[in-house]
Design a protein. Structure first.
Lengths: 319, 330, 469
């Protein structure tokens, strides 16, 4: 499998009345085609901003946006906004935003939601687009009767399937899923995850799956990136991160998940994640870290682990 | 439904409780949303009883009904042996003094224009706790939920605190009148994952210390393992399984419970290779629920009798009850 | 609460619009305070509505300061010559007649300087006579250049008011005199003031060339009667054309006093009406939203029905049967204003607040309905409503003015609206007395601008969504 996406030192800051929010602060990772990367972290760690940085859905008050995003060999950061819109968005990368199922336009029929990306990207005529819509609706497990219905006539789970269909109808290579199931019941969640697994297998899709639900993230993840306060503190294979996490925060995060099928008692780390406006000097986790050392006031190095993984922690730096 | 529980041993006994919301068109009623449709259970003194279910199953309504925040349509609620189902006035106020609530949204649960001190003082004022005692109780309450030093928090306003801290204020507020029963409706779902466990453990500490019974309503089965003694599983307005938490989790009997348990993912890298076995479809509408057992349209074990008659509550092992025809002895 | 309040006030002052608005309103408050302290309300009303009090003021006078901008100096105020008051230029002698029967001869001499560039607006005389027998009274008018005229010769036995202005006999006599003197008829209709003050040469024949004689004028009054104890006093008023800061109206009233007293009335009417209306709307909306079901239904339907009834025609209708005092008007206006979109809007707000978790929590720990409405719902909604209160003050101020112009309203009250109404009826525009209209209008506009500026800033501050703009 070849590498389809490589992100190097991506920065996204935006300006607020209280200072710059450093949502993504030098983020790097890579994904292979057909692979799925889970970005896990708590709310406020910057993962949604990271997702939006990848597809260039930027707020108006951006104060810094730089780095490299190499998609299939091309650095898409260098493209103009117009080129990005025409060539990348919904062509190579599509996006399912948090609780997208609640932002379907209530006065537009399902079929019109689905054909819109095709029409806007000039990928099909109206007639072809409707055909494609029919196919893709079947693919996500919804009867074609629903083409002419309105969003309010569908249940939450069905609406989320529609949103996934919208993200797939232009046959992108990469789909960014930002908390795609957090507003759904556990059972419906499992159904959607099953669907995503199926689609991935069938169309060799690459997923970037962002969530704070550690358990659910393991349903799709081939690779895992743990995010804390705007930085990725650990990046590695699912096997490595879920079973033997290296970074103290990854450890704490995984230990705090209550496990239904295991006998572990969850533990917690006192304190709360720092604000992205004035994060602590050096390692951001230092104020809460049980293994904090004096050197942690300096920004920790990126220590390579395995073939493509790394951990950003002084504990693993070679002295 | 018959309830053989000794009304005197249990703090709370709920008997065939139904809470139906009328659907009004202009001035006439055209139907009912049967949010709670015949639920019976009891809660002992000092016990934590979880009610688990997915959204729309009626668990929140049940919690509100027990606290008399919605009016029961049918059935009875007994508190300390006394019928509190339709009490009003002074008796209701007394009941309110002995019960407390912790809600899901910490920011929504606090009046934004009141200081923390005022928020904690309100219940004391309403129940005419003498002025001299109030300050002491407020300081003690803050100390118990580890918001220290308490003086630092008295004059702050809700928007100045984090979600976790505010939820602790909510817990303090629920305990400040020394209640006998606290209903906590999804108390940690809106908090950061790293703060959830901490908050629940704090809650448990307080509960043990005060000997308070807690009804813990959640959709997250995994937390019930550490945070409750017994658990009741709700589906479409019915309790389908009740038993000790560990027992129900390790040995679920009802088809809904067993599917629910299997479907909940622990962080396991092997999950991605496996398609989870789920129940097809979705929970039924509460306006026109299916006849008989509510799960039959989705249940892989549905039999003819399931489609016609509502199953009884069957004790499959000591104190483990299941509402399912599979366990009825023919 | 006070920390938050201080924070909010500091934030408000950061906005220029608030500071300017507040400044304007403070000006009016100071003006109101001054008005209320110098002339108490009852006295003001009596004064304003009495003809007697303003007797000596010029009618329809322009503001005095226009003299600064005009080459022609218009006569200012009124020259009052009263023989009852000892003063310069006035002398009175009383002689008893011994020869030819009993009687009395009274001579009053009055002198005054007239150096203005324009003629007076009016001249009038009052004869205060105390006698048992009629007296023959003669008045001679002597101009500075020596010309004199017998302008009045009458037998009087009691008090007499003689308005020289508009006296056709005096005018026609004088016109005849001039015609004879100069051999030609004047080209225009002469007036008393011209007769009394103009230079009697060729220039008097044409209106363009009239010259006014400046200098010391003399008025000789001689009265002869058979009652030796009779007494005569004379008052002469020579009315000017300008007066004071804002001139006078057709009832000779100093407009400054009217405008001054309009301020506290406008402020109190506007603020009271606004506060009362909004508060009542809020309480009604809260009760409806909280108790729901038939209570809510009832309130909403009653509101809708009354809302449809036209407000203004109803008021006008009622005013035909009952005269409103300004305070009755306030209550009626508030009563009718309550029912309208206000209740609907606030009800919607309360319905939203009712669903908030903290309301449920309050119920759970035993708060009564009353407590929840007053201590939990109202404070949440109040910040959003406060801008409404401030912003609706101008509409009530204008409403009162409009009602005054329509004739509905307190006929005795001193309000800007009433002044405007009188200006309209008194033909201010026709006579070019712009100050009469501008003074109240500008006040109305200014006070509205003041409240509007404050209100918009409050809206920005209390509605955080707008703050980012």
């Amino acid at each position: 499998m070849e590498e389809i996406l490589r992100v190097e030192n991506l920065y996204l800051y935006f300006r607020t009345s209280r200072g710059d929010v450093k949502a993504a602060d030098g983020v790097s990772f890579s994904v292979k085609r057909g692979e799925s990367l889970a970005i896990i972290g708590e709310s406020g760690c910057g993962k949604t901003s990271l997702a939006r940085a990848l597809i260039r859905f930027l707020p108006r008050n951006v104060s810094m946006y730089k780095g490299k995003i190499i998609l299939d060999g091309i650095d898409i950061m260098k493209l103009s906004d117009k080129e990005f819109d025409e060539k990348i968005r919904w062509r190579k990368i599509s996006y399912v935003s948090q609780a997208a199922m609640n932002s379907l336009n209530p006065v537009i029929k399902i079929v019109d939601h689905l054909v819109e990306p095709l029409i806007l990207k000039n990928m099909a005529s109206k007639k072809e687009a409707v055909e494609r819509a029919r196919e893709i609706l079947k693919l996500v497990g919804i009867s074609e009767d629903f083409l002419d219905r309105y969003p309010f006539e569908l249940s939450g789970g069905m609406r989320q399937r529609v949103v996934i269909a919208i993200s797939l109808i232009t046959r992108p290579d990469i789909v960014i899923l930002d908390e795609p199931t957090s507003a759904l019941d556990v059972m419906t969640q499992a159904n959607i995850m099953n669907l995503l697994k199926e689609l991935k297998r069938r169309f060799k899709l690459t997923y970037i799956f962002i969530t704070h639900d550690i358990g659910t993230s393991s349903e799709l993840a081939d690779k895992v990136a743990v995010m804390y306060a705007g930085k990725i503190v650990e990046f590695g294979t699912a096997e490595q991160v879920y079973t033997d996490p290296l970074h103290p925060y990854s450890k704490a995060l995984l230990n705090s998940v209550p496990r239904l099928h295991e006998e572990r008692v969850p533990t917690f780390v006192p304190g709360s994640p720092p604000s992205l406006i004035n994060p602590p000097e050096g390692c951001r986790f230092r104020p809460r870290c049980p293994n904090a050392m004096p050197i942690c006031v300096k920004d920790p190095p990126v220590v390579k682990i395995g073939k493509n993984g790394y951990v950003k922690c002084w504990l693993y730096a070679k002295k | 439904m018959e309830f053989k529980e000794n009304k005197n041993k249990s703090l709370l006994v709920v008997s065939d409780l139904k809470i139906w919301y009328p659907i009004r068109k202009f001035l006439s009623i055209v139907g009912y949303v049967k949010a709670v449709d015949g639920v019976s259970f009891s809660v002992k003194r000092g016990e934590i009883f979880s009610i688990v279910g997915e959204s729309g199953c009626g668990k929140t309504t049940l919690g509100k009904g027990i606290l008399r925040l919605v009016e029961p349509t049918h059935g009875k609620i007994f508190f300390e042996g006394k019928d509190v189902t339709h009490i009003k006035g002074k008796k209701l106020r007394e009941y309110r003094r002995m019960t407390g609530i912790v809600q899901q949204d910490p920011y929504g649960a606090m009046p934004p224009f009141m200081s923390i001190k005022t928020i904690l003082e309100e219940p004391l004022r309403i129940h005419k706790v003498p002025k001299e005692e109030r300050n002491e109780k407020i300081i003690k309450a803050l100390e118990e939920v580890k918001l220290v030093p308490p003086e630092d928090f008295l004059n702050k306003y809700p928007h100045m605190l984090s979600g976790g801290q505010l939820q602790r204020v909510a817990i303090a507020r629920a305990f400040i009148l020394d209640p006998k029963l606290v209903v906590a409706d999804e108390p940690v779902s809106m908090l950061d994952a790293s703060v959830r466990v901490e908050t629940l453990l704090l809650f448990k500490d307080l509960q043990k210390k005060h000997g308070v019974s807690v009804i813990y309503i959640t959709h997250d089965f995994s937390t019930t393992k550490y945070f409750s003694n017994r658990v009741g599983v709700m589906y479409a307005g019915h309790l389908v399984e009740v038993g000790l938490a560990k027992e129900v989790i390790n040995n679920p009997k009802h088809p809904y419970t067993s599917h629910l348990i299997k479907v909940i993912p622990d962080p396991d890298p092997q999950n991605r290779f496996v398609l989870k076995k789920t129940l097809p479809g979705e929970p039924p509408s509460l306006v026109n629920p299916p006849k008989g057992c509510r799960l039959w349209p989705r249940c892989p074990y549905a039999m003819d009798i399931c489609k016609q008659k509502e199953p009884p509550f069957i004790e499959v092992s000591p104190n483990h009850f299941v509402k399912c025809w599979l366990y009825a002895r023919k | 609460m006070s920390a938050r309040l201080r924070e909010t006030i500091k934030l408000l002052f950061k906005y220029k619009s608030f500071v300017i608005g507040l400044f304007i309103i403070m000006l009016f408050i100071v003006l109101s305070a001054y008005a209320m302290l110098t002339i108490p309300y009852d006295k003001a009303i009596k004064m304003w509505n009495s003809i007697e009090y303003w007797k000596d003021y010029p009618k329809l006078a322009y503001p005095a300061w226009i003299n600064k901008f005009s080459a022609k100096k218009l006569p200012e105020g009124t020259i009052i010559l009263d023989s009852r008051k000892k003063g310069l230029g006035i002398s009175k002698t009383v002689q008893e007649i011994v020869f030819g029967g009993k009687g009395v001869l009274i001579n009053i001499n009055m002198e005054f300087n007239y150096n203005y560039d324009d003629f007076p607006s009016e001249v009038a005389m009052w004869f205060y006579i105390n006698t048992t027998q009629p007296m023959l009274v003669k008045v001679t008018w002597i101009k500075p250049d020596g010309t004199s005229h017998l302008i009045y010769k009458e037998v009087l036995s009691t008090y007499q008011y003689y308005r020289l202005t508009g006296d056709l006999k005096l005018i026609s006599d004088f016109t005849a005199y001039i015609t004879k003197l100069l051999g030609r008829k004047p080209e225009y209709q002469m007036t008393t003031e011209i007769a009394l003050f103009a230079k009697e040469d060729e220039s008097i024949l044409s209106k363009e060339t009239i010259k006014l004689v400046k200098g010391r004028y003399k008025i000789k009054i001689e009265a002869r009667g058979d009652d030796p104890n009779a007494n005569l006093d004379v008052k002469v008023d020579i009315y000017g054309k300008v007066y004071g800061l804002l001139g006078t109206d057709d009832k000779r009233r100093d407009l400054l006093i009217g405008i001054m007293w309009g301020a506290p009335l406008a402020l109190s009417f506007g603020v009271l009406a606004s506060v009362m209306t909004v508060f009542l709307q809020m309480i009604i909306a809260a009760v409806g939203a909280w108790y729901g079901k038939w209570v809510d239904h009832l309130i909403s339907r009653v509101n809708e029905i009354i809302m449809v009834i036209p407000f203004l025609p109803l008021l006008i209708m009622i005013s035909y049967f009952y005269k409103f005092s300004i305070w009755t008007l306030l209550f009626v206006v508030v009563g009718l204003s309550i029912f309208g979109p206000g209740i609907k809007t606030y009800r919607a707000m309360f319905l939203q607040v009712r669903e908030m978790p903290y309301i449920e929590a309050a119920q759970a720990y035993g708060a009564s309905n009353f407590r929840i409405i007053l201590r939990y719902m109202v404070p949440k909604v109040l910040p959003t409503i406060i801008p409404n209160i401030v912003l609706s003050v101008p509409s009530f101020v204008f409403l009162e003015a409009a009602l005054a112009i329509l004739g509905v309203g307190d006929p005795q009250a001193i309000t800007w609206g009433k002044i405007l109404d009188e200006a309209y009826v008194g033909g201010a525009l026709y006579w070019g007395l712009y100050h009469w209209i501008l003074a109240p209008s500008l006040c109305l506009v200014l006070i509205s601008v003041g409240f509007a500026l404050m209100g918009f800033t409050l809206d920005r501050v209390f509605n955080p969504r707008l703050r980012e703009m």
